[in-house]
Design a protein around this ligand. Sequence first.
Ligand SMILES: NC(=O)c1ccc[n+]([C@@H]2O[C@H](COP(=O)([O-])OP(=O)(O)OC[C@H]3O[C@@H](n4cnc5c(N)ncnc54)[C@H](OP(=O)(O)O)[C@@H]3O)[C@@H](O)[C@H]2O)c1
Length: 279
Amino acid sequence: MTAPAIEQRALGRTSGLTVPAVGMGTWQTFDVRGPGAERDAHGIVAEALDAGARFLDSSPMYGEAERVLGEGLTALGRRDEALVATKVWTPDDAEAERQVQRALRWYGGRVDLYQVHNLVGWPERLALLERERDRGTIAAIGATHYSAGAFGDLADVMRTGRISAIQIPYNPHERDVEREILPLAEELGLGVVVMRPFGGGGLAARAPDPADLEPLRAFGVETWAQALLKWVLSDPRCHVAIPATSRPGRMRENAAAGAPPWLDDDARALVARLAGARA
Ligand SMILES: NC(=O)c1ccc[n+]([C@@H]2O[C@H](COP(=O)([O-])OP(=O)(O)OC[C@H]3O[C@@H](n4cnc5c(N)ncnc54)[C@H](OP(=O)(O)O)[C@@H]3O)[C@@H](O)[C@H]2O)c1
C-alpha cells in the first residue's frame, strides 16, 4: 500500500513558504565523518526526499551536520527538491558572516529559512540575515529556542515583526509553548517549526503496548512514533515537525504521520496519557 500524501501547510502567513507537515532534523544524527558514515547519511536524505519530508533543518552547532546535509543534497543532485532551514549561531559578527557564506556555498547559493539559533546575538544576526534576504539568498528569516526559560525573550523577538517563523520544542512532555508562544505565533501569523517531537528520542523509545494504540488506528496511526508526530501536527498552529533519525526506514515511517486524519481531543489526550504526561 502506498503511504497517503503528506499534507502541505503554509509556514505562517508571512514566510511565503509552503512546507510538508513532516520534515527532518540533523542534530547528532548527521554529525558524522568519513565516506561510509557520510554515504549512510546521504541515504537518509534520499529517503526523506522520497517520502516527501523535504524540509531539512541543520545548524553550525551540529558539528559536521550542515556540511554533510549540503554535500548529500549536491551528491544526490536533489538540492532543488529540498527546503533547507539552517541557523546562524555565534555572538561574533565576523564568524556569523563566515557561517552564512559557508552555508550558502553548501546549499547552492540559497537557504529557504535562515534562523537565529537560540537567539544568540539576535539584533545583529537579524540585520545580517535581512541583508542576505535583500540580496535574494534567503527566502525567510526565523528564530529558535529550545528552553522554556527563554520563551519571554523569544516572544519579544516575535513581536519585532522581523521574523516570519519560529522553531520550538513541543511534545507531550514539553508543553510550555502552549501558554504564550503558540497563541502569539497564531496571532502574528508566524510559521511554527517543531523540534524534539520525540523529546530527543526518549519518548519514542518508551513505546506502549501495541494494543494501547488500537483506538488510534482509525487516525492512520500504526506506530508509537507516528502517534507522537500526529499529537504535534493535530494542533494546526504547528506547521512542520522535524524528527531526526540515523536509521534507514524511519523517515518513511515518520513521513506517513504527516497525512490526515488528524487526532481529535480524545485521541490527543490518549497519546499524552500513554506518554505518561498529563492529558
Ligand atoms: N534549535 C534548537 O535549539 C534545537 C534543539 C534541539 C533540536 N533541534 C532540531 O530539531 C531536530 C529534532 O530534535 P531532536 O533531534 O533533538 O530529537 P527528536 O527528533 O525528538 O528525536 C530524535 C531521536 O528519535 C529517534 N527516532 C527517530 N524516528 C524514530 C522512530 N520512527 N521510532 C523510534 N525512534 C525514532 C532517533 O533515533 P535513531 O537515530 O536511532 O532513529 C533519534 O535519536 C534536531 O535534529 C534539530 O534539527 C533544534
